[in-house]
Write a protein that binds this ligand. Sequence first.
Ligand code: HEM
Length: 448
Amino acid sequence: MERPTAPVPPPGCPAHHTGGRVPLYGPEFAADPQAYYSYLRHYGPTAPVELSPGVEATLVTDYATALQLLQDSVSFRKDARRWRDFNEGRVPADSPIGPVLAYRPNCMFSDGAEHLRLRQAVTDSMARVDSRKLSQSTEQVSDYLIAQFGARGSADLLGDYAKQLPLFVFNELFGCPADIGDRVVYGITGMFDGVNAERAVEVLFGAVGELVALKRAKPGDDVTSWLMQHQAALTDEEMVHQLALLLVAGNEPLRNLIGNTLHRLLTHDAYANQGGLIDEAIDDTLWENPPMQNLAPHYPASDMDFAGQKLQAGDLVLVSFAAANTGPALTAARKAGSNRAHLAWSAGPHACPSKDPARQITVTAIENLLNKLPDVELAVPEDSLTWRPGPFNRGLVALPARFTPVQTVRRPAAPAPAETAARSENAQQAGRKPERGMWSQFLNWLTR
Ligand code: HEM
């Protein structure tokens, strides 16, 4: 890869670096990624970055160039088995980046006809989700979580709410019984919190494998069953990988979309007097603080010139959705009314297939919280909030808030769906070990 001469960082810019590559990790990057993106724009539409120590990539920071890459699936491929640095042993074995970018047989890492087949199964199955039921189950989960902290008058809206809500909604969507759902929650939480991540991945894949076996034997009215009934005729192994992808690709950005939007609502007075408050805050978050700030790994199929750069086949190229969305050239177009033209969901054949349900869950989660806790406000100075490190996701460590204590959120907003109740009872009748997992506790609350 041909490297441009590094521009000189402006005085005071946090993007000081050595070796000609700008590090997209560490506390300075987490504290102010936009300062880094401003600096990276000095290189032109693409810039040389380091994703973790020793892991090099080219980052596209310009909106039009990003679209060009995302829509050109002939020149740029997704199959990570093409990643030259990885194949040639230049990615350190203990790099936190390896597991995120390494190939797995799912739609995110496939190209051409195989991608179409796997993706169609995902989009068709997600399209069967009933939006009324989705809102209802999101509201139930929201009520449950608020009931856990409402009487305290204070909560960490990230750890107590935004982080947990998607996990529970997903367990419901995918038809997880109590014991499997507990392990899914444990696995996903462990993966993202980085505590014993290897064990967490093992637990997640074990639980998803059991879920597949269970639904083969006894299909239900859920995404797992729809996925396996799809004409793509997924094998058990393919089922496990698509489900794990949906759970992993869904939970973390959803948590951060809820968290980043709540952060915005609590720190910008401008929303207080607007009717369309939540929708507007979500759109502004997707533009300016998107949950996935840099991703869309692609690999040139052959050596090529791209946006003034020479790329070699198998070079790792990523898109900065956050930088592309905030490029100075875009502001005018945005003001002209193209309010959802941001790249927060990516674009092209690999764009997020679940943006509608993800948005709906986010709206319901925030709406219900603001309805139940109308005077909720930030409990700490805004500048004391910290963001999790890492190049891909953008999310807070915690969002401490206070509000007038509420005692009212005790019962589900609507009766528990019959299937949910059955799942809780089945587990109890089967004499399984005492149910202490978070998902079991929610199921018990719903059905008591
Ligand atoms: C219901 C929740 C969600 C599910 C199930 C989900 C699922 C997925 C899947 C399966 C893909 C891969 C598609 C492919 O390669 O063809 C994907 C891609 C993507 N999703 Fe989502 N997603 C969810 C929520 C979100 C949220 C909240 C965001 C952020 C706003 C987001 C942003 C993206 C982006 C940027 C990509 C492209 C990533 C890449 O190309 O590397 N997703 N999503």
